[in-house]
Each structure stands twice: as C-alpha cells, then as structure tokens.
Design a protein around this ligand. Structure first.
Ligand code: UTP
Ligand code: MN
Length: 522
C-alpha cells in the first residue's frame, strides 16, 4: 500500500506543478466526486408513517426542485406523508416566498384543481418548525400565507434585515468592503485589548453591511438596519461625509495595532501572548528571533515559515492538498470521506489555511486513522510541523453545559504546517534555483477526525464563517433554548440531543431557513 502511495506521490508532485500553472477553467475534470455534502443518511433511513392523516404537498415555485426534494426526504424520515403530485389526499400545502393567490394559481395551472378547493396553504415556517419537533406543530395565524401582498408588507420585507447573521444570506461578494474593513479593524483593535463586548458590536455591524445587496450611500439607511450602535454609526458617518475615518486610520497606524497584528500573524501566537510580548517591549520578528527561549515548538515553526503562512493559500493550492489528502486517507481507510471545509467550502478563492474533516460511514473505523496518515505524511517529509490532539469528547457534560472551556471542539485533530510541492514560473524559466524559486510552499492544514454521527454538526461548525457560527450558537441558546456545538444540538427543554443526518436537519431543528455554505460569509 505504501509503495503505491509513494508512486502516486511522485506523480502527484509533478502534477501539482503542472496544474498550478493552468487557469482554473482549463483544469482537467476531477476523477473523484468531491464530497462537499455529508453522506445522505435520509436515503437509508425511511421512518414508518406517523401522521397518516396529514398529507403534505410542497410547492416547487420559488422553492426550487432540489430544496423541495430535500425537504420532502426530511419530512419522510420524520414519519410525515409527503405527496409528490398534488391530489385529494393533500391536507397541507407548503410554500416558500409565495402569496396564497400565487400558490392557488400555480396549483390550478398544474393540477386543474379550482382555487376554492385548495386546502390549508401554509408558509414553510410551519414545516420547518414541525420538522424541528418531529411532529406537526399547531397552526398559528402567522403560518398562513397572505392573500395578496400588501405594498406596506412588501416594503417592510424589503428593508427588514434579520437580527441574527444565521437568519441572513451573506454571499462572498461584499458591496460594502471599505466600510466592513474599517469596522473589522476596530473590532480587532478592541479584541486586542480584551474588550470582547465592544469587539462583537463592531463585528455585528460589519456583518450586517456584508449581507446587504447594495452599497451604503446615506447614513439614514442605517436606521432600518439592526446592529448599529452610536460608535459604529459615527465611523460610517465620517466615512460617508469625509471619505475616511480618522479613528480607524489612527488605529491602523498605531504601533500597538501594527505590532499585535504582526505577532498574531505567527502560527501558535494568540492575542494574549502577542500582547504580553508587546508590553515587554518586543516589536519585530527579529526581536522574537533573538529571544528564542520565549517560543514554544509551534511558535518556532510559525516564525520559521512566517512569510509563507502569511501569503494566502490559493484555491488551486487547496484543491491540490485536498486531492493528496483524499488519496492518503483512502489508502489507509477505504470508504473514508474527506471533506474540504472552512472558507474554501464557502466558495472563497483564497484562505489562511486548509481545513479538512475526515469520517467513515461505519462508526469506529476512523479510530487510529489519523495517526497512520500523519505518520506516513511525516515519513515522506511532508509535514514541516504538526501537533495532534486526542478526542476528548464526553457526551454527558457536552450536552448539559456550554462546556468547551475555551476550545471550539473536542475532536481528534492534527494542526500542521504542510509542505506543498509547487513549481513557480521562475523555476521553469531558469535553471538557477534560489530561495525565491524553491519548489515548495508551507501551508497550514487542519485535519479533524469526526465520528459519523457527529459529522453534520462538525461540518456546520467547521464551514464558518466564524461570525456565522457564533450567531448560530447565540440564536440556538437565546431563541430556541438549545445548545449547538460541533458535536451535537441539545434541546434543553426536551432534555435531549436532536439527531441530524445532514446540515439541513440542524437548520430545520432550529426553525431556520437553510443557508447554503456560499451564503454563510457573514
Ligand atoms: P478558519 O479559522 O480556518 O476560518 O476556521 P476560515 O473561514 O476557513 O477562513 P480562512 O480562509 O482560513 O482565513 C474555519 C471554521 O472552523 C471553525 C471556525 O470557527 C470557522 O467557523 N473552527 C476553527 C473550529 O470549529 N475549531 C477550530 O479549532 C478552528
Ligand atoms: Mn480555514
């Protein structure tokens, strides 16, 4: 097996360099299917009918066929009867973003049923809430679709930006980049000073602006948006009126901010350590190099590869790492599922690292896998640095407290600096190999081993963005009395964990519209 891998490796190293020079559009078609989605257990488990008296029909208009198919599958796994075609046994018509009149017209055109005979027509919120509790919830007035769209309601709908980032769709394209950059700078400056509340306020304001499909032009527009305190408003006012914010400029040029930015850019250096060094009078990377005894093994490696690790990882580079990881893990465990998570899963074209989740449909098979894979990668000289963390997940306390104690999760993981073979243009055109034209690049890679049953929660937790995740967890606690982490979703009212086969299940449990990864760039 290992000889095979090695053979592959040499070919792969050559093909990395070839492919990196090609435009993305001309890359050859992938051999394997990319497992961007968790395995679909819903296909496997079909629950017996629990509510035969209820017949659901999902209206495809505006919902789309794939989401409709997914929701139908979800409902069936929870024991609901879902009719593919509209017929006389349908009792609940469920629609998304349509008026009642539109649904009736649509049904009439397709099934020939007259408008008057249409049963209860409900908004998808009734459906998602029902899926959340795995039983039909009582129909409340808010679940009914309106007969006609009132112009007031429409106007309100247009301007109503939901409070929580997980209720919004935030694509990668940001119409308000200069404003969000400014607010993020202040958020970061506040967090350097351990003022988390203030930092969060700036982050929330930035996140709202990121979700807007238009560029902010007038200060009054903020009045209808959630999340803007007087400080954020003042910054935006300055930028709108003067073109810049003096406060932000001062932060950007301050010695403190610049030094802390520099130090936290070192792998293994958090805000507290950076601040301590700053207070001790250290200012440059050279200052640190001269004080080597201060650094642990991780920070030493971070300092050594500082330049590489602070150059963004490109999408082709991430694809290359993904291909290699797929091969390594599959060689050691056939059937293993390796998923690229983090910013790349959200569609980013570059990132600061590459995050992978690894699982196997047969739970337990993943035990020992990471050790084997990492040992092999190390033996090939492909790990410039790594440290491992054991699985420390304890179901009992995880479900009764927020319990992470500063850690985001308790999966078995490997945090590494990976040696990615590349070939720069310069190396090809010149036979002189200098440091600048060396054929590899240090890339931060995280490998996380996930037991299959926890996979949807882990995928959701590791896809980000960080703000989106933070908001999901805040929404769960404050709006649903549920605790969400990368291992489970726990309902404190029912005192029970809520099972999920895929990310969509988790959104449904929370009574949230599903937000695809590409719209989680909050
Ligand atoms: P990242 O820090 O890698 O962010 O964490 P990113 O969105 O991929 O951005 P870049 O492009 O690398 O800069 C990815 C997600 O994984 C979660 C984070 O909260 C984020 O949502 N995460 C990260 C964990 O759950 N646990 C960790 O130990 C680290
Ligand atoms: Mn990442």
């Amino acid at each position: 097996m290992k000889a095979g891998l090695l053979g592959y490796w040499n070919n792969a190293a050559a093909s990395v360099t070839r492919e990196l020079r090609l435009d993305r559009m001309t890359l050859p078609l992938r051999k394997r299917q990319r497992p961007g989605h968790p395995p679909d257990l819903a296909l496997i488990s079909q629950a017996p009918l629990r509510f035969p008296e209820i017949g659901i029909f999902l209206v495809e208009k505006r919902m789309g066929s794939s989401r409709r198919a997914f929701l139908a599958k979800l409902a069936r796994t929870k024991g609901f009867r879902v009719e593919e075609m509209y017929n006389d046994t349908v009792t609940h018509v469920v629609s998304e973003q349509n008026t009642r009149a539109e649904v009736c017209e649509w049904l009439e055109a397709r099934s020939g049923h007259v408008v008057g005979n249409v049963p209860i027509v409900l908004d998808v919120s009734w459906f998602t809430e029902s899926m959340g509790v795995a039983a039909p919830v009582e129909i409340e007035p808010r679940h009914y679709l309106v007969t006609e769209p009132s112009s007031v309601a429409l106007e309100e709908e247009c301007v109503a930006v939901p409070v929580y980032a997980c209720q919004r769709r935030t694509p990668l394209s940001n119409q308000n980049q200069r404003f969000t950059d400014a607010l993020e700078t202040l958020a970061e400056e506040a967090s350097f000073g351990s003022n988390e509340g203030r930092s969060l306020a700036f982050s929330r304001a930035a996140s709202v602006l990121r979700s807007l499909p238009y560029a902010l032009t007038r200060l009054e527009e903020l009045n209808s948006l959630p999340g803007f305190g007087s400080h954020s408003k003042k910054v935006l006012q300055d930028m709108l009126e003067e073109g810049t914010s003096v406060e932000v400029q001062q932060v950007l040029h301050s010695e403190r901010y610049r030094t802390l930015k520099l130090f936290t850019g070192i792998f293994g250096v958090g805000k507290k350590t950076a601040y301590r060094w700053y207070q001790e009078g250290l200012r440059t990377l050279d200052d640190l190099r001269k004080q080597e005894k201060k650094l642990n093994r991780e920070q030493e490696a971070g300092l050594l590869h500082y330049a590489d690790l602070n150059r963004p990882v490109s999408r082709p580079e991430a694809d290359k790492v993904e291909e290699l990881m797929q091969d390594v893990f599959l060689q050691f465990l056939p059937g293993a599922i390796v998923t690229l998570a983090g910013g790349f899963r959200r569609g980013k074209e570059s990132g600061h690292d590459v995050d992978f989740l690894i699982t196997h449909p047969e739970e337990g098979k993943e035990v020992g896998l990471l050790m084997n894979a990492v040992s092999w990668l190390s033996s090939q000289g492909l790990m410039l640095y790594h440290h491992m963390r054991k699985n420390s997940y304890n179901e009992r306390w995880e479900m009764t407290t927020h319990a992470s104690k500063g850690r985001m999760d308790h999966f078995e993981s490997c945090f590494s600096i990976f040696k990615l073979n590349i070939q720069s243009e310069a190396t090809i055109s010149s036979s002189v190999v200098t440091e600048k034209t060396r054929s590899w690049k240090a890339v931060r890679v995280d490998l996380v081993i996930v037991p299959f049953a926890q996979y949807p929660y882990a995928l959701l937790g590791w896809t980000g963005s960080k703000h989106f995740e933070r908001e999901l967890r805040r929404f769960a606690v404050h709006e649903r009395k549920m605790i969400l982490n990368s291992h489970c979703l726990y309902d404190t009212t029912q005192k029970a964990g809520l099972p999920a086969h895929c990310e969509e299940d988790i959104f449904a449990h929370l009574g949230l519209e599903y937000v695809p990864p590409s719209q989680r760039n909050a």
